[in-house]
Design a protein around this ligand. Structure first.
Ligand code: ADP
Ligand code: TRP
Length: 339
């Protein structure tokens, strides 16, 4: 499916990644990129730092988050020699392309975009004016995202369901420009949603999310991970009482990480009243630590040697820019009639 295709993944530097992000977004994105590369395609992977400034105004926090996300992707196996790995803010052409796209972006698209609508809804619920605290960066976010995508002639954008609309907006804007000038100035992108990525529950049973404070941390030490795993909600039934594994949260979380054999073992033990909550929490803890051990070492290394990561990002920008420059030139020539 990726035969010679260009796959582009963007990620916002928002907060220290947790196990849910890792299993639900980071690993699948790296695997898709690797698949594209294997099939003779290209993989662009970038950190959307201009998107992040809409919400985060503390430069030190922003810088820390960028470091964490860059090191997380490298630790999780992104190969910066094969994938083009860069920071959005190092590619100024994206911003020029955004300005051109604005002229072809109906304001109504922005009114309908999910992120903006959600912010308005939140204000209404709080009894505040609709646009309270909403800046133009948030409002026009989908156009910048369109430029992220269109600058690199992207074929496929792997996204979560919430981002599908944004890729459709990029496609519509590109279509409008191509139609106006009567030629294929911009390549029309498609989205790809991985259907079998599980939503990992948090320690309280709701979706694992930093906003719920129910996460299992990713790259902290064993003690912190143990603390989170042992805080997973259980009940007071005794060990020997046979239990339905599907009603047990530890088992639900284990599903997203265990091999089929491991899962079978835990399921059987619960059904037969042979495993208690202490046992299964230890099994989950071992699986989490086994999963992240190597990545954690790499993460700590890169965080301590961020100058190496800076070099990788700089190299990535050098590789990425010529394509964005060519897209910008095509657009400017057409828009200003310079041909
Ligand atoms: P959070 O909910 O912690 O704020 P984000 O909304 O920043 O996480 O999500 C970043 C990425 O991680 C998204 O692609 C999202 O789909 C994925 N993700 C977040 N939480 C989970 C989870 N519990 N299980 C699977 N994927 C998740
Ligand atoms: N909007 C995406 C998110 O919130 C991040 C993003 C920005 C992106 N630009 C992109 C994703 C381009 C894919 C392609 O997760």
């Amino acid at each position: 499916m990726f035969d010679g295709k260009t796959v582009l993944t963007g990620v916002k530097p928002t907060g220290t990644p947790h196990l849910g992000n890792y299993l639900g977004a980071i690993k699948p994105a790296i695997m898709l990129g690797a698949k594209a590369l294997e099939q003779g395609g290209k993989h662009y992977m970038f950190i959307a730092d201009y998107h992040a400034i809409n919400a985060e105004k503390d430069a030190a926090v922003l810088n820390q988050k960028l470091k964490e996300i860059a090191c997380t992707y490298l630790a999780a196996g992104l190969d910066p020699l094969k994938s083009v790995f860069y920071r959005q803010s190092d590619i100024p052409e994206i911003l020029e392309i955004t300005t051109i796209l604005y002229a072809y972006t109906p304001k109504g698209f922005m009114n309908k975009a999910h992120a903006y609508k959600a912010a308005v809804e939140k204000n209404r619920l709080a009894g505040k004016p609709d646009d309270d605290g909403i800046n133009m960066g948030l409002y026009t976010y989908p156009t910048l995202m369109a430029a992220d995508i269109l600058s690199f002639n992207t074929d496929i954008v792997p996204v979560g369901k919430d981002q599908v609309q944004h890729v459709e907006i990029a496609r519509d804007i590109a279509g409008a420009i191509n139609a106006h000038y009567g030629k294929d100035l911009l390549h029309l992108p498609s989205y790809h949603v991985e259907e079998n990525v599980a939503v990992v529950p948090g320690v309280d049973g709701r979706k694992m999310s930093k906003s719920y404070g129910n996460v299992i941390p990713l790259f902290e030490d064993d003690k912190a991970i143990k603390k989170a795993v042992f805080s997973i909600k259980t009940d007071s039934r005794p060990l020997e009482e046979p239990k339905n594994p599907d009603e047990i949260l530890v088992y639900e979380i284990y599903k997203s990480i265990a091999t089929p054999e491991q899962l079978q073992e835990m399921g059987d033990g619960l059904r037969q009243g042979k495993l208690g909550y202490g046992h299964i929490k230890n099994m989950l803890l071992d699986a989490v630590i086994a999963e992240i051990k190597d990545a954690r070492e790499k993460y700590n290394y890169y965080m301590a040697h961020f100058n190496e990561v800076e070099d990788m990002l700089a190299q990535g920008a050098l590789k990425a820019r010529p394509t964005a420059q060519a897209t910008l030139k095509r657009l400017k020539d057409a828009v200003f009639g310079r041909e």
